[in-house]
Design a protein around this ligand. Structure first.
Ligand code: NDP
Length: 317
């Protein structure tokens, strides 16, 4: 099997960290850094990419595998010249844990009415409010993949009632699961805090619209319906989230992702009193873990073993 060069093409602030870690981890193997150190394109066997320019990957005639440095592959799959070689994505316990931290944090902030107590603190108000148990509140997790299943299990351990929805049926002890479009309304009707961990695909983009948000359960112990989106921005329609907040079908939202990133300065989300935003960093992890995974993947590939976490181009994730 070949021991070809690795192309590293990262468009973002972590490029230098990744480069240093690739050089350390793959000592003895050539690392070619996009855009300045590509060299002879015929040497490149593996491409490790994060938001690399579309068209770049088509330049390598002997490319064997593409490794996406993140879990979401929507950007790579949108490349009209994407070569027809295996595409593997990041999936790592540390990544799952970090996104889970984000989900648990915001579910608990909602459940424990922390925004209300923050407001009271600013006014020096000492006043308790009725507090239900987590076991009275239903959290619904959309997307029960590597990260979604981890988050769902952790939320159940915290004590929430957890329901989940995915494309194919799942059996997760202690969690009521729903699958496919026909069961979406039943899932939404139980869900008070909706946590979204879906990929962006042609069948999920725009799914978080006003019609869907209106189907969430509002009369439960959470005191309204809430949205937490840590999946992808394209899943949501910002105007619909704002309309749902205005009309009361949503009581609050925590958003890590947006259709347009960075979030434009004039977005009403910045100052909305019932919206919490973060700059798409729910899953920020040290490149170290991802680089080690890619090392194992290349080792397996060169031993003729199957790759893990391969992306289906047909499904789009
Ligand atoms: P997986 O591919 O493991 O899981 C995706 C899940 O979504 C699966 O359960 C899948 O169902 C379900 N799904 C996909 N399409 C549909 C559909 N049309 N209807 C119902 N369910 C559907 O991905 P991960 O869990 O690793 O990651 C999920 C997403 O989280 C990523 O795609 C990425 O966009 C986002 N992410 C965000 C981060 C951040 O920083 N905010 C960090 C990391 C990831 P099934 O199991 O049946 O196939």
């Amino acid at each position: 099997m070949p021991r070809g060069a690795i192309l590293l093409a990262v468009d973002g602030p972590q490029a230098a960290d990744y480069h240093r870690m690739f050089l350390e981890h793959f000592a003895g193997r050539e690392i070619r850094l996009w855009p300045d150190q590509i060299g002879d394109t015929a040497d490149i066997a593996y491409a490790c990419v994060w938001r690399a320019p579309h068209g770049l990957l088509a330049r390598f005639p002997d490319l064997k595998v593409i490794f996406n440095l993140g879990a979401g592959v929507d950007y790579v799959l949108a490349d009209p010249a994407l070569p027809n070689v295996p595409l593997a994505r990041a999936a790592n316990p540390d990544l799952s844990m970090r996104v889970t931290e984000y989900c648990v944090l915001h579910a608990l902030m909602i459940h424990r009415r922390q925004r209300l107590y923050d407001a009271q603190q600013r006014e020096r108000v000492w006043k308790g409010h009725d507090q239900s148990a987590a076991s009275e509140v239903t959290v619904g997790v959309m997307g029960l993949g590597v990260i979604g299943a981890h988050a769902a299990n952790t939320l159940a351990r915290v004590g929430f009632k957890v329901v989940g929805w995915s494309a194919s049926p799942k059996e997760i002890p202690g969690i009521e699961t729903f699958a496919g479009p026909a069961s979406l309304d039943a899932f939404l009707g139980k869900t008070e805090i909706l946590i979204v961990l879906l990929p962006s695909t042609p069948s999920t983009d725009g799914i978080l619209n006003l019609a869907l948000l209106r189907k969430l359960r509002r009369d439960g112990a959470a005191g309204g319906a809430f949205l937490i989106n840590a999946g992808r921005g394209k899943l949501q329609t910002d105007a619909d989230i704002l309309a749902a907040l205005d009309e009361g079908s949503l009581a609050g939202a925590a958003l890590d992702v947006f259709p347009q990133e960075p979030l434009p300065p004039d977005s009403p989300f910045w100052t909305h009193p019932r919206v919490t935003i973060t700059p798409h960093n729910a899953g920020d992890i040290s490149p170290q873990a991802i680089v080690a995974d890619i090392g194992r993947q290349i080792g397996r590939f060169e031993n003729g073993e199957p790759l893990d976490h391969l992306v289906s181009r047909q499904r789009g994730y």
